[in-house]
Write a protein that binds this ligand. Structure first.
Ligand SMILES: Nc1ncnc2c1ncn2[C@@H]1O[C@H](COP(=O)(O)OP(=O)(O)OP(=O)(O)O)[C@@H](O)[C@H]1O
Ligand SMILES: [Mg+2]
Length: 359
């Protein structure tokens, strides 16, 4: 465990989950580790009656999380939808950790996801020697979640080919998975449900069929509403990740975080923060997640090749990399922003110089 590069939510926050279980006196749905109230508290943070402080995992609209949790106690599945980097996967993992104590019953959706990965496969040695049998069947994470009465996660649902997606229809409406080879079926136990994520920017998406859509409640995770909220998210996550990545430097000064977040927001919105100048928008998404990673790579540079303090020169390369996704269009967008906005701000001269050196 000591050397695990990335711990699962239920490992990382085992202590908080433990405290919540002890303090939680409200009614828990069958096979839920916590009551819906305690699950929401785990995600949003808060103080328990005994004074224990639960950290916030999701920073944003409380109602969004309450609706997500409430959906999971109904017979509808939950679809977390939104632009990239709005914490869809992050929320999905934490919900599964809080409800089921295990976020690893996971199908990663790709263009190559097969029906076997959604349903079940076979142990071919056993299949050949003994024929189809329960022992030879290899259940998918979804099938396991059904029999355990737990939450299963499907990541990037819209990247999965449409016919494979539709495997979910029977699972979600009948709560059973037919196994024709054994003339039998697997029935879901109470507590089973599915959290899927999808983003609306992916090229080549496979739209959900309307039959499948009806089995889901869609909850949209928005981009952070205000600059202050986005700064809070970035500061918190950069601090946490710096610790996990063993970066031996100081957390970045608020000033540097604020500047990066402002660049991201202005380019995303297509205008400067004061609303006075219209800007061309880059082709990329300029997501909060990318702002976090620009700062993280900057901190790594500062820690190992600088004096440990994050400076403009350390973030410039990451910043330009995040903005220029299309080598023709985005260069124009960025140069214009650099010359008309960055250059003109008195206390941004260092950033201007550093960025000029990169492109
Ligand atoms: N509102 C928020 N509260 C807390 N963390 C956030 C928030 N928004 C973004 N983040 C952080 O952004 C990072 C990326 O989130 P995540 O990978 O879940 O995004 P996503 O929506 O799944 O993106 P994609 O569509 O690219 O898969 C995480 O580290 C997460 O903590
Ligand atoms: Mg994701």
């Amino acid at each position: 465990m000591m050397n695990t590069l990335r711990q699962h939510a239920e490992q990382l926050f085992a202590h908080e989950l433990d405290e919540l279980q002890k303090a939680d006196t409200r009614q828990r749905p069958t096979n839920w580790n916590l009551s819906p109230w305690a699950v929401a508290t785990y995600l949003l943070g808060g103080r328990l009656d005994n004074g224990f402080e639960v950290s916030a995992k999701y920073i944003g609209n409380r109602r969004v999380i309450e609706i997500a949790v409430a959906t999971l106690v109904t017979d509808r599945a939950l679809l977390l939808y939104g632009v990239p980097g709005t914490a869809k996967s992050w929320v999905s993992e934490h919900l599964a950790a809080a409800i089921s104590g295990d976020s690893t019953r996971l199908v990663q959706g790709t263009a190559g996801t097969s029906e076997e990965q959604m349903r079940y496969g076979w142990n071919y040695a056993l299949l050949l020697s003994k024929g189809p049998s329960k022992e030879a069947l290899v259940p998918s994470p979804l099938m396991k979640a059904m029999s355990d009465g737990r939450i299963a996660r499907v990541e990037e649902l819209t990247r999965i080919p449409a016919d494979v997606q539709d495997t979910l229809i029977t699972i979600l409406s009948e709560k059973t998975l037919p196994i024709p080879e054994l003339s039998s079926e697997a029935q879901a136990n109470r507590g089973f449900n599915v959290i899927a994520t999808a983003n609306n920017r992916d090229k080549g998406v496979n739209e959900l069929s309307s039959a499948l859509k009806r089995r889901f409640n869609t909850v949209v995770l928005p981009v952070p509403a205000t600059e202050a909220e986005e700064i809070a998210i970035v500061t918190k996550r950069v601090g946490e990740m710096g610790k996990a990545l063993e970066l031996p430097s100081e957390p970045p000064a608020l000033k540097e975080v604020r500047r990066i977040v402002q660049v991201f927001r202005e380019l995303r919105d297509g205008q400067t923060a004061d609303g006075k100048t219209k800007l061309k928008q880059p082709t990329g998404t300029m997501s909060t997640a990318e702002a976090i990673s620009v700062l993280n790579s900057g901190i790594a540079l500062a820690a190992h090749f600088g004096d440990g303090t994050l400076r403009a020169g350390d973030v410039a390369a990451g910043l330009v990399g995040a903005i220029i996704k299309d080598p023709v269009q985005d260069v124009v967008v960025w140069k214009e922003y650099l010359e008309t906005v960055v250059k003109e701000r008195d206390d941004w001269k260092d950033l201007y110089r550093a960025c000029r050196e990169v492109i």
